[in-house]
Design a protein around this ligand. Sequence first.
Ligand SMILES: N[C@@H](CCC(=O)N[C@@H](CS)C(=O)NCC(=O)O)C(=O)O
Length: 232
Amino acid sequence: MPGCASLGTTSQSPAQTVRLAAQIHRGTPMIHVYGKTTNRTFRTYWMLEELGLAYESSPLDTQAGETRTEEFLRINPNGHVPTLVDGDTVVWESMAINLYLARKYGGELATTTPEDDATALQWSFWAITEVEGRLLEYGMNTQFLPEAERDPKLADEAREQLQSALGVLDAQLANQSYLAGEHFGVVDLNVAAVLSWTRLTGFDTSAFASLDRWLGTCLERPAAQKVSAQAS
Ligand SMILES: N[C@@H](CCC(=O)N[C@@H](CS)C(=O)NCC(=O)O)C(=O)O
């Protein structure tokens, strides 16, 4: 019957049924995210918005100790955000949360082969281990710490290490639009979310043309823009 989208109609293919079930599920806020858009939880909100999932949120104030309450430590004993609760599943660690969301709800953002999984894991781990801490070090010692506490030597060391790490990403992106290939995937979201700290810290990426082009494209996506607007 035209215009009647009922799960019970026999004319639906199994694929259509799954899609409709997903749409119905998307209307139910089973997902709860802890953390504010202004910290690493930005990554989680960006992913949830990309996927069009319904969610509820508790924008815990880390400065006010809201991540150290007994109640929250029962959910995440590390006392960190982001933390995601999806029904009976609790996931923490920002990269892992997004890989989980991609696997469960990801559609076009999801990986489909073991090789794609390897790419997503490799670059997500790379962003956290090779880039994130160094960008933090650079930002702290160039602008976030009070001037008297900044150590220019630490900033220089971080800058040098970042130059070589970012060169690796730039080379990878020289001949492909995205890390996932020709379309934006969870790997791009995870890595771009970490790399967005270059903008926050004023780290100059203009020497890395491919990286710069890719990062701009990722951060201009409507979902990223929407969460950024909420953060400002
Ligand atoms: N590796 C973790 C880091 C989590 C983290 O350190 N989160 C900070 C906010 S960006 C936090 O929760 N700070 C408050 C606290 O440690 O009490 C991740 O990527 O999720």
